[in-house]
Design a protein around this ligand. Structure first.
Ligand code: AHR
Length: 498
């Protein structure tokens, strides 16, 4: 059996756990909105057409913020299409996803849904095909109480109170050649700066996110961040990172270590931001908004034929996640938490049906994918401060990342519980984890659960929704300092005073 040690010391604090780490993303894409969060006529739908089963699962998932309305969609979006009487809203081509957008859901309905779900909305403006004026108009529509044409339009539509959206994304993935209105870093940086300046004239207290790179393998990675931040440093608070991972060529060990790329991505962006800040003589620190991350079998999607005839809400990007996906996904959560000093927000992309932890049948059932579980557990149990933890143990060789540790872990600590989130990346071997808890005083394991399965490719389905779910781990019963983590597993260990 492999063995590793983890020392837990509450004096070694990285930063407080940030609730916005547990954000998500709802894009007008596929069945995320239509037959996802919204389906009038569904047996669980409320008077506004919001699915009650999806709302309940969203609450259970524990998400905190929700980014909207895209994604690639936002770069062709006219927000005005989605306000006012529904019968007058236009149907439009959505070029990003080759679909028809009916605009039944727009900003007011979305904010209403977010509030029902207990989520903070995070709004993206279109800087692909639009610019400063449209962004400021949307801000006025959303956040000005009343007394102007646009705010009064919102009030007339039934939203009496301002939406008071505090965090805004200045466009989406503007570095990507696939983006409608794709720009060079300098072009985007200038536009983002001018948009930010104008938005701050409306409300200086907004939090603004500039677009960073769509992935660490983008050819412009690094130079993009440098240029964009040179233009926007004093005007924005965060720079975005996006990353999606998938198992490639049957290399499961390499896939389970994909958080190594995320670690490198965050550290590189933070050092670039600090370098730009130092060159500008600024005392301000820019943080990271990791506002799209997930497992996504993008290569399968890219090889699929485009949908015919501009359908409404076609099933797109409906990845069905297995146990190994959930374990790799858990590793990404560990990394986000480990970087809580500089990662101020993160969004699991996306929430329902589209590369999502929640799946639905139109008119039918909703269920939890495997990835639902690590997210829900981390959102529920990560609390207080993130502790600096450096596991000591074996490593293994991967094609993509070289040597990586078998154990990937983080701990959080509050007045009542110290919680360890731990991934055993070994494809074949259980790992005995020895916890050095001397700095905590006398503690015991109050609860330990493991997400594992004898078939690492086991999935949950509507007919078998609990096939992959966390189960109690009782291997510590004989020695409370040692616990066995099965191969390819996500584990949560909760310590409390003995
Ligand atoms: O989340 C799916 C897509 O991935 C988003 O629309 C885009 O921003 C990213 O490329």
């Amino acid at each position: 059996m492999l063995k590793a040690q983890l020392t837990i010391d509450p004096a070694q604090q990285v930063a407080p756990v940030r609730r916005r780490t547990f954000g998500t993303f709802v894009e007008h894409l596929g069945r995320c909105v239509y037959t996802g969060i919204y389906e009038p006529g569904h047996p669980t739908a409320d008077a506004d057409g919001f699915r009650g089963d999806v709302l309940a699962l969203t609450r259970e998932l524990g998400v905190t913020t929700v980014r909207y309305p895209g994604g690639n969609f936002v770069s062709g979006y006219r927000w005005e299409d989605g306000v006012g009487p529904r019968e007058r809203r236009p149907r439009r081509l959505d070029l990003a996803w080759h679909s028809t957008e009916t605009n039944e859901i727009g900003v007011d309905e979305f904010v209403r849904w977010s509030r029902l779900a207990g989520l903070e909305p995070m709004m993206a403006v279109n800087l692909g095909t639009r610019g400063v004026l449209e962004a400021v108009d949307l801000l006025e529509y959303c956040n000005i109480p009343s007394g102007t044409t646009l705010s009064d339009l919102r009030v007339a539509g039934g939203a009496k109170e301002p939406h008071d959206i505090r965090i805004w994304c200045l466009g989406n993935e503007m570095d990507g050649p696939w983006q409608i209105g794709h720009k060079t870093a300098r072009e985007y940086g200038r536009l983002a700066a001018e948009t930010a300046r104008a938005m701050r004239m409306v409300d200086p207290g907004l939090e603004l996110v500039a677009c960073g790179s769509s992935g660490s393998s983008m050819p412009t990675f690094g130079s993009w961040e440098t240029t964009v931040l040179e233009e926007t440093y004093d005007l924005v608070d965060h720079i975005s990172c996006h990353a999606y991972y998938e198992e490639k060529d049957g290399d499961l060990g390499g896939f389970l270590a994909c958080a190594t790329d995320m670690e490198h991505f965050i550290s590189t962006v933070v050092s670039i931001a600090d370098q730009v800040g130092a060159r500008l003589g600024s005392g301000k620190k820019i943080s990271v908004s990791f506002d799209e991350w997930n497992i996504w079998y993008l290569s399968r999607h890219q090889s699929a034929p485009p949908p015919p005839d501009w359908p409404v809400a076609p099933p797109l990007l409906e990845d069905h996640y297995h146990l190994a996906d959930a374990v790799a996904f858990g590793g990404l959560l560990v990394t986000l938490l480990r970087h809580s000093d500089r990662v101020a927000a993160a969004c699991l992309a996306q929430l329902v049906n589209v590369i999502a932890p929640i799946m639905t049948e139109p008119g039918g059932r909703a269920w939890r994918q495997t990835t639902f579980h690590p997210f829900a557990q981390a959102a529920r149990y990560a609390s207080g401060d993130v502790l600096l933890t450096e596991p000591v143990g074996p490593s293994y060789e991967t094609g993509e990342f070289g040597q990586v540790p078998v154990l990937h872990a983080v701990a959080t600590h509050d007045d009542r519980f110290t919680t360890v989130f731990a991934v055993n990346r070994s494809v074949t071997e259980p790992l005995e984890l020895e916890l050095d808890t001397r700095a905590l005083g006398a503690v015991r394991i109050a609860e330990a659960t493991t997400l594992a399965h004898e078939d690492v490719y086991a999935r949950n389905t509507a007919d078998d929704p609990e096939r992959v779910a966390p189960r109690p781990n009782t291997s510590h019963r004989s020695d409370p300092q040692r616990i066995v983590l099965p191969p390819v597993s996500w584990n949560v260990i909760r310590l409390t005073r003995a």
